[in-house]
Design a binder for this molecule. Structure first.
Ligand code: PAF
Length: 286
C-alpha cells in the first residue's frame, strides 16, 4: 500500500486510468471505517479498480471550543489496518499540503439542510466538511466515494453537493457498524470511560423505543421524541436533539403524512458528544 503525503505523488497515483473508490476519513480507524474500505473495494472490484483512503483531521470542521487538538491521531496503526484490508493507497497530507494558504474559498451548503440538527449545534461544520471533501474529490477524482450512515446528515449534504455541482461521483452510504452490545462505532468512543461505554448504549436503546412507538402506537412524533429526550436527560445525558425527520430533506416529519423517517439524535455523556440515528419505514409496519 502506498502512503502518499504530497499532491504531486497523489496526482501521479491517480493518473493510472483505473477506476477509483475513495473513503475519506479523519483517521483513528475502527471496524466501521474498515467496513467502508471493504465496500469501496467491492464497488470497483469487477473493473480491477483502486481503493484510496484519506486520513486528515480537518481543522475547518471543528469549532474553536471543540476537540481538534485532542482528536486521536494514530497514522501508523491506521496504515497497518488499511493495508490489511487491501487498500491500495492512503493520502495522509499535512495541513500545509491541503491548506497551503488560508482556505478563504469555501463550499457553503444550503442553510435549509446544513443549519438543521448538527449544523445548528455545530455552526460551520458542514461548510468545513464540504470544503475539504470537495478538495479531496478534485484531487483524487474518484468514481465512487463511500460514507457511513452514522453521520446521516453529512451523507445527505454530500449527496446534494455532488448532485448540484455535477460531480461525476457515485456516493455509497453504508449502514452503521456497531459493537456487539449495539454501540455505534465512532472514534469519539475512545473518550468514554468504562462506565460511560455501558451508559452510551442508552442512546440507541432510546432510538429503538422511538421506533417502537412510531410503529406500534398512535402517539404524535413530538411526544415520542420528547419522551426519549426526557429519558436520556434523566439518565445524565445532555441532549442536543432527538428528532423524527423525513429521510428526504431532514425536516420534521408528521404522523399521517410521512412514511420514510429517520430519528436523529445527538447528546453528550460527560464530556463526549455522541450521535446516532435509526431509519424507520412506516410502510413495513403492516
Ligand atoms: O466523517 C468524517 O470523518 C469527516 O467529516 C470527513 C468526511 C472525513 C471530512 O473531514
Amino acid at each position: 500500500m502506498k502512503i502518499i503525503k504530497t499532491i504531486a505523488e497523489l496526482e501521479h497515483f491517480v493518473q493510472s486510468g483505473h477506476k477509483k473508490a475513495f473513503v475519506p476519513t479523519m483517521g483513528n480507524l475502527h471496524a466501521g471505517h474498515l467496513h467502508l474500505v471493504d465496500v469501496a473495494k467491492k464497488s470497483v472490484a469487477s473493473s480491477d479498480g483502486l481503493t484510496i483512503a484519506s486520513i486528515f483531521v480537518n481543522r475547518l470542521q471543528f469549532a474553536p471550543h471543540e476537540d481538534f487538538d485532542q482528536y486521536p491521531r494514530t497514522l501508523e496503526q491506521d496504515c497497518q489496518l488499511l493495508k490489511a484490508h487491501g487498500c491500495d493507497a492512503v493520502f495522509a497530507p499535512d495541513e500545509s499540503v491541503l491548506y497551503p494558504t488560508p482556505q478563504t474559498f469555501k463550499v457553503i451548503p444550503p442553510s435549509e439542510l446544513a443549519n438543521l440538527w448538527e449544523g445548528h449545534f455545530r455552526p460551520g461544520f458542514f461548510t468545513g466538511v464540504c470544503t475539504v471533501v470537495a478538495k479531496l474529490f478534485c484531487m483524487i477524482r474518484p468514481d465512487v466515494a463511500v460514507f457511513g450512515r452514522k453521520d446521516y446528515q453529512q451523507l445527505k449534504v454530500i449527496e446534494q453537493m455532488v448532485q448540484q455541482l455535477n460531480m461525476p461521483i457515485q456516493i455509497i452510504g453504508v449502514p452503521t457498524q456497531r459493537s456487539e452490545s449495539g454501540l455505534a462505532l465512532s472514534s469519539r468512543n475512545n473518550y468514554l470511560n468504562a462506565q460511560e461505554i455501558h451508559q452510551a448504549l442508552e442512546l440507541q436503546a432510546q432510538l429503538q423505543t422511538v421506533a417502537h412507538d412510531v410503529l406500534h402506537t398512535t402517539l404524535d412524533f413530538a411526544s415520542i421524541t420528547s419522551e426519549a429526550s426526557r429519558a436520556l436527560t434523566q439518565k445524565g445525558w445532555q441532549v442536543d436533539y432527538v428528532s423524527l425527520v423525513k429521510q428526504s430533506d431532514l425536516t420534521l416529519a408528521q404522523r399521517g403524512q410521512d412514511l420514510n423517517l429517520v430519528c436523529l439524535a445527538a447528546a453528550k455523556l460527560g464530556k463526549t458528544r455522541l450521535i446516532d440515528n435509526l431509519e424507520i419505514s412506516l410502510t413495513t409496519s403492516k
